[in-house]
Design a protein around this ligand. Structure first.
Ligand code: F3S
Length: 395
């Protein structure tokens, strides 16, 4: 891979150890994938934050990287969810030892200049690239959103690679950064109207079929942004989809080459209904309903508040979101309505990266196909997959 004089000096350690180690990662990646050069990025989104997933080894890696204080991100770089609500962990029953380690991880990232936004929907709260910007994002659902809905360019980065890119401000130019690699290879004709959890079910079906490919959807009805984040999260979890196109909706659908694609699938009401049913793993009672995968938008919190207003919820309810969205939900009175009904608006973390398996829960109710896919494998718990109004039980 071609390096400029300054980039070579960074590799040689002339700008300090943090930058040298970060360049090592970027150059290795570029060489493996045949990148021609590094390209400037405007934004990074860094995963690998929960103590549950990176453990002590991850914490030591971050502290070591930050130790000589020689390199910090200077671009807009934000963090993925950690394993706790950073401010409210004690009241919500998170284990103390876990919370202490978790805070150390987040502080280590902050020492490297990564903003403690702590969300998988940074595009809702201030980390919003422009169309065609080169970026380095690593949370898979956010990668699908930023590539597909915003039309920025990122590969599906690992956490260390996105961190290295944030520190250097560059990423290797290959894969989804190049226009020729953004064409679709499967047309999906959906011949039924979709709503709510149907979008996750569709993403789950197609992710399994397409793997790391690029689907091109023809939908009967128009999805909103919340539907798009659910669809992308599901595509990225049952498959490894980083980019999808939707006819007349997403910004690059006309460049997707739909007319030349020979592989065509048809999805109807029956396939969606079957998948919704199959994502549920038990018929036992739900003890925790966990919404906000990907992290809830203000509209989603508002909708839940409308469902529970003036009632008392039987099961526990968490709506996971970022601190920024919660602050607005507080101001609008939605949080207060949800708390009066017995629920919680939980910041930073989520049902997959939090240690919910150590907090006395057994059956988790979710409206996200990504969460339905991961809660059994990452937490060892059962899930019920349905729309919000069908998950909540009232006294
Ligand atoms: Fe976000 Fe956690 Fe889902 S990181 S996409 S809420 S699994």
């Amino acid at each position: 891979m071609f390096l400029t004089k300054k980039e070579q000096e960074m590799c040689d350690g002339e700008y300090g150890e943090t930058i040298r180690k970060s360049m090592d990662i970027l150059v290795a990646l570029g060489d493996i994938y045949g990148a021609s050069k590094l390209v400037d990025i405007t934004s990074a989104q860094v995963s690998g934050v929960s103590y549950k997933t990176i453990g002590d080894a991850g914490l030591e890696y971050l502290q070591d990287l930050a130790s000589d204080g020689s390199g910090k991100s200077t671009i807009n770089a934000s963090l993925n969810p950690p394993g706790t609500d950073l401010d409210n962990w004690e009241a919500l029953g998170f284990p103390r030892d876990f919370a202490v380690k978790q805070n150390q991880i987040v502080e280590a990232y902050a020492n490297l200049g990564i903003v403690k936004t702590c969300t998988c929907t940074p595009y809702l709260v201030g980390n919003v690239p422009r169309f065609k910007d080169h970026v380095s994002w690593s949370e898979s659902s956010a990668v699908a959103y930023v590539n597909s809905v915003i039309g920025a360019r990122t590969n599906r980065e690992g956490g260390p690679a996105a961190l290295a890119a944030a520190i250097v401000g560059k990423t290797p130019l290959y894969g989804f950064h190049l226009d020729e690699n953004r064409k679709a290879n499967l047309v999906v004709n959906v011949n039924t109207d979709l709503k709510g959890a149907d979008f996750g079910a569709l993403g789950y079906i197609i992710g399994k079929v397409v793997g790391g490919g690029i689907p091109y959807f023809k939908l009967q009805n128009t999805p909103d942004n919340n539907n798009l984040k659910s669809l992308g999260a599901a595509l990225a979890s049952s498959g490894s989809v980083a980019l999808y196109h939707i006819e007349n909706i997403t910004p690059e659908y006309e460049l997707a080459g739909e007319a030349d694609i020979e592989d065509i699938m048809f999805i109807g009401e029956k396939e969606i209904a079957e998948t919704r049913k199959n994502l549920t793993t038990t018929d036992k009672e739900i003890d925790l309903i966990c919404l906000g995968c990907p992290h809830a938008s203000l509209e989603e919190i508002k909708d839940v508040a409308a469902v529970v207003r003036g009632k008392t919820i039987k099961n526990k309810l968490w709506i996971c979101t970022s601190v920024s969205v919660k602050a607005t939900a507080d101001r609008m009175g939605y949080t207060q309505i949800i708390e009066s009904a017995g629920g919680n608006v939980v910041c930073d973390t989520c049902m997959v990266v939090a240690p919910i398996e150590d907090m006395g829960f057994e059956v988790i109710g979710v409206n996200s196909a990504k969460a339905a896919n991961y809660v059994p494998s990452m937490c060892g718990l059962d899930v019920v997959y349905d729309d919000v109004e069908n998950l909540i039980r009232f006294e």
